[in-house]
Design a binder for this molecule. Structure first.
Ligand code: GCU
Length: 343
């Protein structure tokens, strides 16, 4: 870890002062509001992952490089573990300028503009490379990424893969959708993903990420779905150790920024910011495979099991979701462009 992030106690102090008072991002590292690094601006970034997660590592490095390349005019301080709020809240805080940047799952943006749901569909991306190619192609995503600027003061900068997501359960592994019948499966807060869980045979329970461990442990949930990296780093494997490779979705996280803040950067600094952000998502993609392998090994060592499923039995109901959820021309155009890039 590059530097100490604010302790919870210090953070509570900042919150009490009113984070909005230092809008534009000026919390210094000792937790006092107002001072930036050497007179520059330290942007606060909300993340719901631990410090071991590739997203934290890549973003922490982003801050370091950005600060160096701008002679301290801009820096990023990453707050992990939902310390600035769960994603739904973080989205709101970035929109009103209280927090500067956040990583939010695509499911959160689907709730602001339904066109985003296209990239949250099961089976829209074949793999991580395909996904990265589509989501950083400005011809495909340019209008989508600026679509929240007027309405919500949010700009989407691009994203990180969540890798392939699969189901894991508190009791034995599943092979077919029938095995999920009556099981309470946690999904992200998205109508599409509620339907996705139902298509896989389960009863959907939408919930914030940070609540999942306890809900699995206490029996509020029987199952969840995620990638191996979260399964391990969020310790879900301890309470729901039976991983079943449904591979139902290649998930997507976005980096969002407050639009006013972004527009306040000089042209020179904006160019540096864009260049360093590109290096950041490229680094994340490189870290991803290794982190996945490491997570599988560690989870196995901790008692988790990994089992194959009857893929065709899951794929068929999941493929039908695109027809059901694509309801307008802009969604269809995004879907077609994404699929064309796979061929
Ligand atoms: C992944 C993803 C997060 C998301 C989480 C979830 O870990 O990277 O952005 O919040 O899944 O299932 O909620």
């Amino acid at each position: 870890m590059r530097k100490k992030t604010l302790s919870l106690v210090a953070l509570t102090g900042v919150t009490a002062l009113g984070l909005a008072a230092c809008g534009g991002g000026n919390a210094s590292e000792d937790g006092t509001a107002g001072g930036g690094a050497a007179g520059g601006t330290t942007m606060r970034l909300a993340l719901n992952q631990t410090e071991e997660h590739p997203s934290y590592i890549a973003l922490d490095n982003f801050g370091e490089r950005l600060s160096e390349a701008t002679d301290g005019r801009w820096d990023v301080d990453v707050f992990p573990n939902e310390t600035l709020g769960a994603q739904q809240e973080a989205l709101q805080l970035v929109s009103d300028g209280t927090v500067d940047l956040a990583i939010v799952s695509g499911t959160q943006l689907e709730n602001l503009n339904e066109d985003f749901l296209v990239f949250n569909l099961p089976k829209v991306f074949d793999d991580v490379d395909h996904q990265m190619k589509v989501i950083h192609d400005q011809e495909i995503v340019g209008d989508l990424y600026s679509s929240l600027e007027d309405s919500n003061n949010l700009t989407v900068l691009g994203g990180f893969t969540q890798g392939a997501r699969s189901v894991y359960t508190t009791d034995g592994p599943v092979e077919t959708p029938e095995d999920l019948a009556g099981k309470k499966l946690r999904v992200q807060e998205s109508d599409l993903h509620i339907a996705m869980a139902e298509a896989m045979g389960a009863a959907a329970t939408p919930m914030a990420y940070g609540e999942v461990y306890t809900a699995l442990q206490s029996g509020v949930l029987d199952a969840a779905e995620n990638n191996e990296v979260s399964f391990y780093t969020a310790k879900h494997f301890e309470v729901a150790p039976h991983w079943s490779y449904t591979n139902h979705l290649v998930g997507l996280d976005y980096l969002i920024i407050n639009t006013d803040l972004l527009e306040g950067m000089s042209e020179e600094d904006r160019a540096i910011f864009d260049e360093e952000w590109q290096a950041t998502y490229e680094e994340h993609t490189q870290l991803w495979d290794e982190a996945t392998q490491e997570a599988i090994e560690q989870a196995k060592a901790g008692g988790a099991t990994f089992t194959e499923v009857d893929s065709a039995a899951f794929d068929e109901p999941l493929s039908a979701l695109a027809d059901e959820f694509i309801t307008n021309e802009s969604q269809q155009a995004l879907y077609d462009a994404a699929r064309a890039a796979a061929e």
